[in-house]
Design a binder for this molecule. Structure first.
Ligand code: ADP
Length: 404
């Protein structure tokens, strides 16, 4: 059975065509810079690479490009779109309502629309992807996998802010958490590596990419996470500030900053970019720090220090702590940062293996010494596979799934 996975964002639409249950990627690609004149398609089929300029005004057009590519006579992989048995979508915000992935129906669509209020940059393109797929494949099951779903097990004590309770009642202001598909995937992998059941692991999962979040996983369930009401909270990120004293914003407002300019400041001009004044990309910062740039070094140091503090605070709520997991572009590749974060954490039971760490990039590996009470793992995330599995499980009759 072929399953199409769609990750539709405001500026790009990524796709993966899987053969399930083998979990084999048949084709994948991205329509980049949607809505811009430089929009282009990148498409992989086996090891064949294709790139071409495309004309897209919106997600709808990008979806048409994807469907046309999949059945294209030269670079396509399907004879007909009817070969697609189900479509799985990444949806960022499912509010408090969606505790897992669900088959899309009118009610689900209405809820995704409702939660666009909480994720105005993400839910609308996610929904546009669902609608476009629905038009091209009207009789095919579509599944929505929510980034917030894994975090719906966070207890109230961890999701409430110290604000008046009526703001929670009126506007549902609370910690939601994001990157849930990734945190769940790597937590399940960590349990498997440890030879445990999926609900038998306590771990701190660090998803470090352009966006970064740290999650405390207790008995396989998220019990706290660093991103909050929005993906702005937590550790500093590429261009996002992470945690701040909110009084800084009032202070700047008194100095004449508007709400819009503060939003831009915190989301686009802060974090690694803001501190370094040079780049939001860790690879550039590492290179510049190596050339003696103090500001690049400071940005990296602040980043690692704040991650370390989150690990410390989550270690205090997980008893016992079995593992720390690194994932995401930075977590999987930036060896020196992993070392900076984990070095000298023996008090927490973390015995880091510098050599194993140096050897590990972009692959699953343990980077703690054998016998370390707390294991440290690098686990490349695979959100698309997690979505493909959920989509398969929800679209195939249970008897077939059980026997597969
Ligand atoms: P996104 O959140 O957009 O999916 P990624 O998970 O791809 O982002 O992570 C992007 C980050 O990963 C960037 O800061 C980039 O510098 C970093 N990164 C990617 N490859 C490497 C590498 N080889 N070494 C260090 N950092 C890397």
């Amino acid at each position: 059975m072929k399953i199409l996975i769609i990750n539709a964002g405001s500026s790009s639409v990524k796709y993966y065509l899987y053969a399930m249950p083998e979990a084999q990627v048949v084709a994948n690609g991205t329509v980049e810079r949607v809505g811009e004149t430089s929009s282009r398609l990148i498409h992989w089929r086996d090891h064949l690479y294709h790139e071409s300029p495309v004309h897209t005004l919106d997600v709808d057009d990008a979806m048409s490009v994807i469907f046309d590519t999949l059945v294209h006579e030269d670079i396509g992989v399907l004879r007909d779109l009817s070969e697609i048995g189900a479509v799985g979508h990444r949806v960022v915000h499912g509010g408090e309502e969606f505790t897992g992935s669900v088959v899309v129906n009118e009610q689900v669509i209405a809820s995704i629309v409702k939660y666009a209020d909480l994720a105005p940059l993400h839910n609308p393109p996610n929904l546009a992807g669902i609608r476009a797929a629905g038009r091209r494949l009207p009789n095919v099951t579509q599944v929505a996998c929510f980034d917030t779903a894994f975090h719906t097990t966070i207890p109230k004590v961890a999701y409430m802010y110290g604000l008046p309770y009526d703001l929670y009642e009126k506007y549902r202001i609370r910690r939601y958490g994001f990157h849930g598909i990734s945190h769940r995937y790597v937590a399940r992998r960590a349990a498997a590596i440890l030879g445990r059941g999926k609900y038998e692991v306590n771990a701190i999962t660090c998803h470090l990419g352009n966006g970064c979040s740290i999650t405390a996983v207790k008995n396989g369930h998220s019990v706290d996470t660093s991103m909050g009401f929005t993906p702005l909270e937590g550790v500093p990120m590429g261009t996002r500030s992470g945690d701040l004293d909110p009084a800084i914003l009032f202070y700047l407002a008194d100095k004449g900053y508007t709400a819009q300019s503060l939003k831009t400041l915190c989301n686009r001009r802060s974090g690694l970019l803001g501190i370094s004044g040079l780049s939001n990309d860790i690879r550039n910062l590492l290179e510049l720090a190596g050339q003696g740039s103090d500001r690049a070094t400071l940005a990296i140091d602040v980043f690692c220090y704040r991650i370390r503090k989150y690990i410390g605070s989550y270690a205090a709520v997980l008893e016992p702590l079995d593992a720390i997991v690194f994932t995401g572009g930075i977590g999987e590749n930036a060896t020196s940062l992993r070392e900076q974060i984990c070095r000298g954490m023996t008090q927490l039971g973390v015995h880091f293996d510098g050599q194993a760490n140096q050897r590990t990039a972009d692959q699953e590996a343990e980077i703690s010494v054998p016998g370390s009470p707390v294991k440290v793992f690098v686990i490349p995330t695979n959100e698309q596979l997690a979505i493909a599995k959920d989509t398969y499980d929800l679209s195939v009759p249970a008897t077939l799934v059980a026997s597969s």
